[in-house]
Design a protein around this ligand. Structure first.
Ligand code: PEP
Ligand code: MG
Length: 595
């Protein structure tokens, strides 16, 4: 037992299923560079000025190297932003001001840099011109580079993770999450976040248990001390006793057996009566594909292409994209001859911000995001379409457009798609001429008008993460409104029903790729509503396969009837309670399966 404090279990949000035991790695994140603060001894000002000068030279050198790399990569374009950073480092006013703080106030170089940056930030922020307001971001960037040079702060704090650990953080951006070495992360425990934030999705996709919304876990956990993380029930135990560690390890073993058990049964999604609602995986570039196969995925219902844009200064080239999509297409083929991979075109904006692309918007969730961004940036869109089409010769590939809100977008996208195929034809480049194009249904207007949208596409993929968020006007990543994020709200159920019916009427297929597809209660409800397949983080496939294998089509019809009998006046909680009662009645060992 640790002598650091008594054992305590702290409740959080059950974000990614699974258990982990291991030492805590307290991750302080990219955002904070610890800045030393000291008074410069009289007579030592020149040394401090020299430190500043050296840091300026080093930072400029780094930036110049970056600029030539960027130039080489883009043929001279896109370097403006870094040239502007160089100009800031050369700015006499800024440098003079910093030197003055060191000389006259005798503060250390880091504190002087921060003071100058704060002063400039205040001035930029007061300007009406959006161009200058945007410069604040550049200033942040330059300040960060300079402080790194001064403090020797590691470029990438994720590299400090050296032994398998539970990563404890305030919150993690998608970029930080994917930068952590996968094989050393046993679990995630964060102060903030919610079950549908992108960090949550990522941990699920990577098959790493996670608990979020823990409040102040970064202060309560101690680096190196053992933690017990229960991502299934949303709890973390600090300072566990030896017997608590033993019990927990038994639980982990039980779960492993369960996964083995379901992975060796009939194809995932086979019902008790032999009918089939195939289970597909949601993946993104970099996900270990061998695991997905082992977990029983029969296709890929969502390939989040935007991860190719993360963690880099430059947009991926067509060749880089082609390579990634080709790998994905080849992988999909290994899942079965008829298995498909639905590549979603760049879905940025909202909480998915990409350096160099995302611009500051007052309301990014309602802004120029996803398909809107692509239609207003035809070069980016066409390059991606071209790369996907070229990769389509390696396996059955589909393309789906995110955040579609009206038919005009599908018309405009079809036009650009045709321009790309014409160009490929002219160049004699092969591609799949029957490549299916689909629309994600994630915006209420799309669900309401699904009949009209269906005329333009071969399939719908319902993104419930966003559809619920936009229907309920409840930010999917905000704990304070998590109670309003209600998959079983009658309004959400109506939109689901309407979308599925429109797909059937128009002879196109429909699936769900939001995280709710993996929820033991709600995912089965979508199956009962008649979706053609469910797509989810692969870790959840064995569990959902096991649940579906216990039910017949007639059972599912009965389940839907029970829910529909509740009517529009029922609350989300009442409907959920009916669902849970029905599920427990039909799968008596539900709690054992779900753990
Ligand atoms: C969704 O919104 O349900 C979805 C699958 O897309 P993402 O979570 O990537 O926004
Ligand atoms: Mg979405």
């Amino acid at each position: 037992m640790s002598n650091k404090g008594p054992m305590r279990t702290i409740a959080g949000l059950a974000t990614a299923r699974g258990f982990a035991v291991g030492p805590a790695f307290i991750y302080r994140g990219d955002g904070e560079i610890p800045i030393p603060q000291y008074v410069v001894k009289p007579g030592r000002e020149a040394d401090e000025l020299l430190r500043l000068k050296r840091a300026l030279v080093e930072t400029k050198g780094d930036l110049e190297k970056l600029i030539s790399a960027v130039k080489e990569h883009t043929g001279g374009k896109d370097v403006r932003v870094f040239e502007c950073h160089l100009m800031m480092l050369d700015d006499i006013v800024l440098v003079d001001e910093t030197e003055k703080y060191i000389r006259e106030d005798r503060i250390n170089a880091e504190t002087a840099v921060r003071r100058t940056a704060n002063h400039a930030r205040r001035q930029f922020a007061q300007m009406n011109d959006p161009y200058f307001r945007e410069r604040v971001r550049d200033l942040d960037d330059v300040e960060r580079r300079l402080l790194k040079a001064l403090t020797g702060f590691a470029e990438d704090p994720t590299t400090e993770l050296k032994v398998p650990s539970i990563v404890v953080a305030d919150d993690l951006t998608p970029s930080e999450t994917v930068r952590l070495p996968r094989d050393l992360v046993l679990g995630f425990a964060t102060n903030g976040g919610s079950t549908t934030s992108h960090v949550a999705l990522l941990s699920r996709a990577m098959g790493i248990p996670a608990v979020t919304g823990l409040g102040d876990i970064t202060h309560r956990a101690i680096a190196g001390e053992t933690l017990l993380l229960d991502g299934t029930n949303g709890a973390i135990t600090i300072f566990p006793t030896a017997s608590a560690i033993r019990d927990f390890s038994d639980l982990i073993e039980r779960q492993r057996e369960l996964v083995e058990d379901v992975a060796t049964g009939a194809p995932a999604g086979t019902l008790k009566d032999g009918s089939d609602i195939p289970l597909y995986a949601n993946i993104h570039p970099g996900v270990p594909v061998a695991d997905i196969k082992a977990q029983g995925a029969r296709g890929v219902g969502l390939y989040r292409s935007e991860y190719l844009w993360l963690n880099r200064e430059l947009e991926p080239t067509e060749e880089e994209q082609f390579e990634a999509y080709s790998d994905a297409a080849k992988f999909a083929k290994t899942l079965g001859d008829r298995s498909t991979i639905a590549i979603r075109t760049l879905d940025i904006g909202g909480d998915k911000l990409v350096r160099g692309i995302s611009s500051k918007e007052a309301n990014p969730f309602l802004g120029n995001r996803s398909i809107r961004y692509l239609l207003s940036n035809p070069d980016v869109f066409k390059k991606q379409l071209r790369a996907i089409l070229r990769a389509s010769v390696f396996g059955k590939v589909g393309i789906m457009y995110p955040m579609v809100s009206c038919v005009e977008e599908l018309q405009a996208a079809a036009k650009m798609f045709a321009q790309v195929t014409e160009q490929l034809d002219a160049e004699g480049i092969a591609y799949d001429r029957d490549l299916p194009v689909g629309a994600m249904i994630e915006v209420p207007s799309a669900a309401i008008n699904a009949d009209a949208l269906a005329k333009y596409v071969k399939f719908f993929s319902i993104g419930t993460n966003d559809l619920i968020q936009y229907t309920m006007a409840a930010d999917r990543g905000n704990e304070a409104v998590a109670h309003l994020y209600q998959p079983t709200n009658p309004a959400v159920l109506k939109l689901m029903k309407r979308t599925i019916a429109a797909a059937k009427r128009n002879g196109i297929y429909v699936s769900v790729c939001g995280e709710s597809a993996s929820d033991p209660i709600v995912g089965v409800l979508w199956a009962a509503m008649g979706v053609d397949f469910l797509s989810m983080s692969a870790t959840y496939i064995p569990l959902m396969a096991k649940l579906l294998s216990r039910l017949t089509r007639a059972d599912l019809d009965d389940y839907l009837k029970a829910v529909e009998a509740m009517g529009d006046g029922a609350t989300a909680a009442e409907i959920l309670a009916v669902c849970e009662t029905w599920m427990r009645a039909h799968i008596p060992d539900l709690d054992n399966i779900v753990l």
